[in-house]
Design a protein around this ligand. Structure first.
Ligand code: ADP
Length: 521
């Protein structure tokens, strides 16, 4: 009988297992359930492919990535593995033919879209196979999609718990590359994996350099960044479709080969852009978050964010698409106060239940704290995923540590300007008060009469914006959607305002020079 290692050599052509692969494969091949957390590029696929080949019957792989099933199946066919897929992109006849092969025992691995798997017809088919002991395992890929509070919720995933109820004897392996503690426990409870063994690999991606710059002129900043990455493939993420289109057009005008990608484009064009990105050299993909999950392109050299992602999970997942080949890569982002206000407003105004809003706010706060970190970014990122580490020497804050200064008085001034103007105004107006600008709005509101008017000459505008962001990140200020994003004080601001505590702040990040990637580091 072949062993896992035989198959690794003979079918996949690799010498040795990586990380926890061997242990996971052995556990699942013996019939155990598993939850596997492994970063992108870590080698999750083998963790279910080899056990499926070792066990009798066909392995059923649930994957939301219809666009990629074909590629995955093609790759397996090349290796001589009898693989197929079932999803909505297929015509009736070819689906029927695949079902027939499944029933005839002619398949080792079958990739199925969740809605397809949950159809009455397919469930009946599974019943029959299971009675005959011919389901090797269920693999649930991108398992974080089951999390309602995660960044990529797919309602069909919730119903996958039916697999456990209907087929208690078939081992299940759920896999994901991003899940904070909350998402992990959600995956386990929703998929009935509470008794499953959990395999957590290190989430560190040491070859990725993390850099965040304060946004002042984002187009120029992006161009400067791209100047260090001429001819390299990368992804530029934007929040809105409109911004994707505009940015892609503009980059092309600047002589950079850029293609747009978002859910508003027609399917054919999206596929074509995706293929060009994967197959050609040096294409910059300007995209919304609709792009990227499962894209198997090892030499993506950078991921740039022009807008703040809504959580560290999303950020980690998106930046993780860079440098899968292990070579030096860069994760770069511009961010500004406005991002925070936009996200806050979106959360506050959504129709979601309060509990969900609370969690989304927490996730946003963690994202913000990461942006404003004075210490190593990698430490903040990995700590968020429950991993302890030390300073990395490969992020902007390690390479050029931000200077800290005692911001107690500045913070008090800003908080008091917010308080005295009725907690209804955004940072721009508050900064105008502090800097003593007699704008129309200031005069109209008679804010030139406030005791805080003009008391903030010691900092320039970017300096004050940085203070405001850090107060938001530290949870002393809150952007209130009910007050149109007006900054309100939280209870935590009181001790500072009363002089009972002090506050160290980092100098505005814009003063730091952008770091350059050193290839092959
Ligand atoms: P993930 O799904 O975790 O992002 P993949 O399963 O796609 O990762 O694997 C990433 C890359 O690493 C693939 O090109 C795969 O063939 C390769 N790989 C996986 N396991 C091994 C191994 N043990 N030895 C060498 N290469 C491997």
């Amino acid at each position: 009988m072949s062993t896992a290692l035989d198959l690794l050599h003979s079918v996949f052509g690799y010498n040795a297992f990586r990380g926890a692969q061997a242990e996971i494969i052995e556990h699942v091949a013996r019939g155990g359930d598993a939850l596997v957390l492994m970063p992108t590029g870590g080698g999750k696929s083998l963790c279910y492919q080899i056990p499926a080949l070792l066990r009798p019957g066909c392995g059923i792989v649930v994957s939301p990535l219809i666009a990629l099933m074909q590629d995955q199946v093609d790759a397996l066919l090349q290796l001589g593995v009898r693989a197929a897929f079932l999803n909505s992109s297929q015509d009736f006849d070819s689906a029927l033919a695949t079902e027939k092969r499944l029933l005839n025992g002619e398949l080792d691995l079958l990739y199925v879209a969740p809605e397809r798997l949950l159809s009455e017809r397919f469930l009946a088919l599974l019943e029959r196979l299971d009675r005959e002991g011919r389901i090797a395992l269920f693999a649930i890929d991108e398992a974080h999609c089951v999390s309602q509070w995660g960044h990529d919720f797919r309602p069909e995933y919730i119903q996958l718990s039916a697999l456990h109820e209907r087929h208690p004897g078939v081992p299940r392996i759920a896999l994901t590359a991003t899940a904070d503690e909350l998402t992990r426990s959600e995956i386990r409870s929703r998929l009935g994996l509470t008794a499953a063994r959990v395999f957590i690999s290190s989430f560190d991606r040491p070859n990725i350099r993390y850099t965040i710059v304060e946004r002042d002129n984002p187009r120029r900043q992006l161009l400067d960044f791209l100047a260090d990455h001429r001819g390299e493939a990368g992804i530029v993420y934007c929040l809105s479709r409109k911004k994707v289109d505009e940015t892609a057009t503009w980059l092309n005008q600047q002589g950079i080969l850029a293609l747009p990608y978002h859910a508003g484009m027609d399917g054919g064009q999206r596929r074509q852009h995706q293929q060009r990105f994967v197959r050609e050299d040096g294409v910059v993909m300007v995209a919304t978050i609709a792009f990227g999950m499962g894209i198997d392109k090892p030499d993506v050299r950078f991921v740039a964010h022009l807008d703040l992602p809504k959580s560290l999970e999303a950020y980690y997942q998106e930046t993780g698409r860079a440098g899968r080949d292990g070579e030096a890569a860069e994760a770069w982002m511009t961010y500004g106060l406005n991002d925070v206000v936009i996200h806050r407003n979106r959360i506050d105004e959504s129709a979601a239940p309060d509990e969900q809003k609370r969690i989304e706010r927490q996730k946003l706060d963690a994202m913000l704290a990461y942006c404003e970190a004075a210490g190593c970014r990698r430490e903040v990122l990995l700590n968020y995923f429950g991993e302890a580490t030390s300073a990395c020497n490969n992020c902007d804050t390690c390479l050029e540590p931000p200077q800290l200064w005692d911001g107690t008085i500045a913070a008090q001034k800003l908080l008091s300007a917010a308080l005295r103007s009725g907690q209804r105004f955004g940072s721009g107006h508050l900064i105008d008060i502090l800097r003593g600008k007699r704008t129309e709005k200031i005069l109209q509101c008679q804010h030139d009469q406030l005791p805080t008017f003009g008391v903030g000459q010691e900092l320039d505008e970017p300096g004050w914006r940085s203070v405001a962001r850090q107060l938001l990140a530290a949870g002393l200020l809150h952007a209130d959607a009910q007050r149109y994003g007006g900054l309100t004080l939280t209870a935590a601001a009181r001790p500072l305002l009363k002089g009972e505590t002090t506050l160290m702040l980092r100098r505005a990040a814009a003063r730091l020079k952008p770091v350059k990637t050193t290839r092959g580091k």
